[in-house]
Structure formats: structure tokens, C-alpha cells
Design a protein around this ligand. Structure first.
Ligand SMILES: *Cc1c(COP(=O)(O)O)cnc(C)c1O
Length: 466
């Protein structure tokens, strides 16, 4: 008991510790309260251990300081951080969907810490519009009359319906009343926008006559087609094509809105991706086309609205446009991403999403062997093999498409795969993997060259931590 009293009295005072030159140095770049909290944590823990009788000597001051420094570093780690996607799902919504292309990252960096001409016309020396920065390049790439960008496609849908059909009925097929994960459901968004959903047809069959029968000259405001981006209806089915809907629109002098979801710019059918392109949708005559920025387009989160100038202008002036407007970093990334599309072949190499989808099989196999080498360099705890696997586009795009991929299968004699999967998430840089038949499957489609060593390090960590 007396010994404990003695030990407790020997605990250094926080104020004294804070005079240490390493901690003083930390305080130049770290809020003082973070440093103080870290010191207090270490001291409090020591006090508890003494009282519990598990500590019978006060550590050296150097040791305490280095523990405090470690704690500070831990406290400074941001919650939102990078990880490795080894799932082979290219657009993984939980993992942040599209990785930006290099030029987009550079554009974001350059405007992020600087003033910019966001809403300033440098030539005229007068107020400008934030929409101008992306409108020119988007209309050039797509051939649309006008364009604007909002926060995401959900916002684009709401803005579009509000601006074009508030208080009116919008006729939509029952086969297209999509839910996109969580709380985005077409009927709910429609309700929120102030437009009224007029469902027609059945789940599996909708015909042009269904739209005709539902048309009411007093009430109908628009026809809307929604791409069933995350499911397919197969079997005894009939869908009214966009071309047919455009014909209906002409017949009744009503606008046709097309929510495409994915925003594919260039035909990828050669790679097994059976999604319509934005350019096809405009050629088919849709008045307004909406799509996401961070799905197959491969850009930042955003909702892109393109089409007839009279409609887009109406949306730009709508009060919701202000609520849904994007910031300078999104605009910078969006402009740079579209710029890559000036040459579609370049885009397939520079835009990560397209690059990951179009990567040749032999390159994937080569990368899988390189991953095995990287793992063997740091640990011999595992059985490793190159195996073929089926990858997915993900992000609610091309739901039935399976891409032939390459993976490294990892198993251990001592650690069950489920546990290994958990340990991989606890690594310094977490690695997200698939488990199948008591093996980890590390698909290399979504692992970058520069991440091979990170994956190897996570496996070495898991072998140690078991
Ligand atoms: C993904 C998707 C949306 C929602 O887009 P976000 O950009 O995620 O808001 C809306 N409609 C369709 C058809 C989609 O596929």
C-alpha cells in the first residue's frame, strides 16, 4: 500500500511533461488540447495501473514522451481515409465509387487552396456563373444544347421534376420505379419534387398505348423514362423504348425526361458492358437526360443534367438549384474528367473506372503474379495461388455483367478465412476482400500497381496479429 502511495507521488505533472521539446514541437502543428489530452490519457492510465497493482515502477520520462507522441499521432488520424479495394467491384458505393483521374485530382488541388474565378468573369471584370465552367466541355462531348451539374443524380432528378412538372403528372412505367439503395426511390423523389407520379403498365410489360391512355391534356406535364440500372426484367417482357417515348412526346407536345443513372460516355459492349450511352440517349431525342458523375462516367460525385436549353435554363433559375449546387472542387474535377473524353481512347486509359473495366486479361494475370511476389517478400505464412474470378461493375450499373478477372487466393493453415478477412480490415491501411470456400480472394482488377505492397503488408500484419 505504501509503495503505491510512493509510486502515485512519483507520477510526473502534466505541466512538466508539456515542457518537453518534442511535445512543444508537436504543438506548433497540432492543437494544444490534442497534446494535453494525449498526455492526460497516458498519466491517467498509469494512475489506474498503479492502483490496480499492475505497475510497480514509473517508466522513464523518454518512454512516457514517446507514448504520448504515439497517442497524438493516433488522435490526428482522420476518420475518412484511404483503403485498398480488393473486391473486384469497380464502382463500390460503400468504398466511394469512382477514383478520380490524375488531371481531376490536380485540378481539385489547384483550386482548393486558392481563390478562383468560380463566379467571376475575368474578361469582363464582372460577376460570372459557376455553371459556365463545365457547360462548354459537357456540351462539346455530348452534343447537348445545354448542361448543368448538381450534387448527385438524386438531386438532378428532383430539380428536373420540380422545374419541369411541379403540380403536374409525370407518366412513368411501373417496370421502371427504381430504388437505388437506401432512401432513393423514384416514387418518393417524385412526391418530394411536387410532381405527381402517374404509373402505367405492369411490372413486366408496358406499351405505348399505356402512355396514350394515361395522357390527360389538363394534367400531364412530362413523360419520364428511368433506366433500370441496378436490375433487369427478363422473360415475358415489353418495354417502351426511348425512341418510342420521344415519338409520344412529339405527339402530345410534352417533354421526355430520361434518368440514365450511369452516364456511360463510350460504348463498352466489346467488354461485355450492356449499358446505353449518354450520346445514344440524346440522339434518340430525349429532351433532358440525367446521370451520375461518379458511376460509369468515372468522375466526382455529381448529377449531370443535359438537354434542351429552355429546360436547363429553367432548372438553373429554380430555387432548388441553389440548394443542390456543387462546390469549386467538384466543378474542377468534373471539368477535368470530361476533358479526358475529348479522345475516347485516351479516356479508357486515363479514367480509372474505364481503365479497370477495359484492362486486358493478360495484364490482370501479370498483376496477380506480381502480388504473389510482393506477399512472398514479406511473409511465408500463406498458401498463395493465381485463380480466375468474376468481377463486377457495381454502383448499380450493369447488374448482370460479370467481368473475367484474375485474383490471388490466400489461405492459411492456422487462421480461418473469416478471421483473416477481419484482420485485413484492421491493418494500417485496411484491405477489403472477398471470402469464398475458406479462402481470401484478392481480385487485382481494383488493386492498383502502387498498392501491391500495401496488400502484402496487411497480410504480414494479419499473420503476426492472429
Ligand atoms: C444511381 C442512380 C440514381 C442516383 O444517383 P446518385 O448520383 O447516386 O444520386 C438515380 N437514378 C438511377 C437510374 C440511378 O442508377
Amino acid at each position: 500500500m505504501e509503495n503505491r502511495q510512493l509510486l502515485l507521488r512519483g507520477i510526473p505533472k502534466i505541466d512538466e511533461l508539456l515542457l518537453d521539446e518534442q511535445l512543444v514541437f508537436f504543438m506548433e502543428t497540432t492543437p494544444r488540447s490534442v497534446v494535453v489530452d494525449a498526455a492526460r490519457e497516458i498519466i491517467d492510465r498509469m494512475r489506474k495501473e498503479i492502483l490496480a497493482g499492475t505497475l510497480d515502477e514509473i517508466p522513464e520520462k523518454d518512454e512516457l514522451i514517446s507514448e504520448i507522441c504515439e497517442t497524438i499521432t493516433g488522435k490526428k488520424k482522420k476518420n475518412l481515409r484511404t483503403l485498398v479495394n480488393a473486391t473486384g467491384v469497380v464502382l463500390h458505393t460503400n468504398l466511394g465509387r469512382a477514383n478520380l483521374c490524375r488531371s481531376a485530382v490536380e485540378s481539385v488541388l489547384s483550386v482548393a487552396d486558392s481563390y478562383s474565378n468560380l463566379e467571376y468573369d475575368v474578361k469582363k471584370g464582372a460577376r460570372g456563373s459557376r455553371h459556365d465552367h463545365v457547360e462548354k466541355i459537357i456540351t462539346k462531348i455530348t452534343g447537348a444544347e445545354a448542361a448543368m451539374v448538381v450534387n448527385n443524380n438524386a438531386a438532378a432528378t428532383m430539380l428536373c421534376l420540380s422545374a419541369m412538372a411541379e403540380g403536374k403528372e409525370v407518366i412513368t412505367s411501373r417496370g421502371e420505379l427504381v430504388e437505388i439503395g437506401g432512401s432513393f426511390r423514384i416514387p418518393d423523389i417524385m412526391e418530394q419534387s411536387g410532381a405527381h407520379l402517374k404509373e402505367v403498365g405492369t411490372t413486366n410489360k408496358t406499351k405505348p398505348s399505356d402512355y396514350r391512355n394515361a395522357y390527360d391534356p389538363e394534367k400531364t406535364g412530362a413523360f419520364m423514362k428511368v433506366h433500370t440500372s441496378n436490375y433487369r426484367i427478363v422473360g415475358f417482357t415489353q418495354e417502351v423504348s426511348l425512341t418510342e417515348m420521344v415519338a409520344l412526346g412529339k405527339e402530345y407536345n410534352l417533354p421526355v425526361i430520361y434518368d440514365m443513372g450511369s452516364g456511360l460516355m463510350t460504348d463498352l459492349s466489346r467488354y461485355g458492358v450492356d449499358e446505353p450511352t449518354v450520346i445514344d440517349a440524346l440522339n434518340d431525342g430525349a429532351d433532358v437526360v440525367l446521370f451520375s458523375g461518379d458511376k460509369l462516367l468515372g468522375g466526382p460525385q455529381g448529377g449531370i443534367l443535359i438537354g434542351k436549353k429552355e429546360y436547363i435554363d429553367r432548372m438553373k433559375k429554380h430555387p432548388l438549384a441553389r440548394a443542390f449546387r456543387v462546390d469549386k472542387m467538384t466543378l474542377a474535377a468534373m471539368e477535368a474528367t470530361f476533358f479526358e473524353y475529348l479522345d475516347m481512347e485516351t479516356a479508357k486509359k486515363t479514367i480509372p473506372v474505364l481503365q479497370m473495366i477495359t484492362i486486358p486479361q493478360d495484364e490482370l494475370t501479370e498483376r496477380a503474379y506480381a502480388l504473389i511476389d510482393a506477399i512472398r517478400n514479406v511473409t511465408d505464412a500463406y498458401h498463395l495461388d493465381v485463380v480466375s474470378c468474376k468481377d463486377q461493375i457495381g454502383g448499380g450499373s450493369a447488374p448482370t455483367v460479370r467481368l473475367n478477372g484474375s485474383a490471388v487466393s490466400v489461405s492459411s493453415d492456422t487462421i480461418p478465412a473469416e478471421k483473416l478477412e477481419r484482420l485485413m480490415r484492421k491493418a494500417e491501411t485496411p484491405v477489403i476482400v472477398r471470402v469464398a470456400h475458406d479462402e481470401l480472394i484478392l481480385s487485382v482488377r481494383t488493386i492498383r500497381e502502387s498498392e501491391l505492397e500495401t496488400v502484402a503488408a496487411a497480410l504480414a500484419f494479419a499473420a503476426e496479429a492472429k
